[in-house]
Design a protein around this ligand. Structure first.
Ligand code: ZN
Ligand code: ZN
Length: 360
């Protein structure tokens, strides 16, 4: 499709501009998507501020960020066309982790570790624009009753689905979740949906966010850092022991990237407890955990990175309303205010969960 489009072009730390650029051309394996909704991810904030390098060879722009998005198919390349897979007008969500399906990792089903990964919004131009190119193998059709806004949660929710799978939750398990952001809120709901018993939400800063956890099903709220929090507990392990009949937590999920939270999570799981590391760490982070109790209590730590093979479940979970995603949206901005939305998330995170860009 020829013509111009509006795109938020990111150059380097704190430099992003709304520009008129050519509508991207598609190759045989691609589909051109007219973008509708884009979620702002924590990693978009890191890229924008230059805290993490983007996935280009230079680690810098120019690149269009945004990888959590939905839209409408406007043009299909020759291969998806010949397979009758996508036609203009299809409502779709883009899985940004686009693997090759031909390398060793892909053949083993470890598609998230594909050697030829391409990621719109990280390695190639993404969703903060009117149009975006996706490989046809990265597209999923949105069910009719799932809105573009809800569909844009599929990517983060798929990561949650993967984490829950790796956690091996058993019915009735006591789960501790560290990090009252939108990920934490989705985790509470997923844990409850698959049979968790009690869920404790642990935060370090802000009561408003912790209290949102109640709304999504958390049974206990704890803050073990800020003494002026209503939910302050000086000894988290004791607080968890008190509400779990001394058994401590069976499972712990750590969606925050704060290293200290992960170390605490290992501390507050009981015998044979499993802890899932989920929040993306900083480059120099290293864990320090007491080795003897870790060993003799037979604990396990596992990471949950991206969402291999979890997309169909994530879409189904949204479709069935098992996780209420639209209630997590605390702000919607037009494409022209993408930068403002990102800055506001960084500077004023207190009463925000998920923020989206609505593209016209
Ligand atoms: Zn993301
Ligand atoms: Zn591959």
């Amino acid at each position: 499709m020829k013509g111009k489009m509006k795109a938020q072009v990111f150059y380097e730390g704190e430099k992003m501009k709304l520009e008129d650029v050519p509508i991207p051309e598609i190759s045989a394996v691609d589909v051109l998507v007219r973008v509708k909704r884009v979620g702002i991810c924590g990693s978009d904030i890191s890229y924008y501020y230059g805290l993490s390098p983007v996935g280009t060879s230079s680690g810098k722009g120019p690149i269009v960020l945004g990888h959590e998005f939905t839209g409408e198919v406007v043009e299909a390349g020759t291969i998806p066309k010949s397979l009758s897979l996508f036609v203009p007008g299809d409502r779709v969500v883009v899985n940004p982790v686009q693997f090759c399906n031909a390398c060793y990792a892909c053949a083993e089903g470890k598609t998230h570790l594909c050697e030829k990964l391409s990621v719109p919004g990280v390695t190639t131009d993404g969703g903060f624009a009117q149009y975006c190119v996706s490989k046809y193998t990265g597209l999923f059709k949105l069910p009719d009753d799932v809105s573009y806004a809800a569909g844009a949660f599929t990517e983060p929710l798929a990561c949650v689905v993967n984490a829950i799978k790796k956690m091996e939750l058993r019915p009735g398990d006591f789960v501790a979740i560290f990090g009252p952001g939108s990920m934490g809120m989705m985790m509470i709901q997923m844990c409850k949906a698959v049979g968790a018993g009690k869920v404790a939400l642990i935060g370090a800063t802000n009561d408003w966010r912790l209290e949102q956890g109640k709304k999504f099903g958390a049974d206990y709220l704890f803050n073990n850092t800020s003494k002026n929090s209503k939910y302050y507990v000086p000894d988290l392990k004791k607080a968890i022991a008190d509400v779990s009949k001394g058994r401590l937590a069976d499972r712990a999920l750590v969606p925050t990237s704060a290293n200290i939270a992960f170390e605490q999570a290992v501390e507050i799981v009981g015998n044979c407890g499993i802890v899932i590391h989920f929040g993306l760490p900083n480059e120099d982070d290293a864990f320090k955990i007491p080795a003897l109790s870790f060993h003799t209590m037979d604990k396990e730590i596992r990471s949950a990175w991206l969402a291999p093979l979890a997309w169909p479940t994530a879409i189904r979970v949204i479709e069935e309303g098992l996780v209420k995603v639209e209630e997590l949206i605390t702000g919607t901005y037009p494409l022209s205010e993408t930068e403002k939305a990102i800055r506001n998330l960084k500077e004023n995170p207190g009463n925000q969960l998920k923020v989206q860009i609505a593209v016209e």
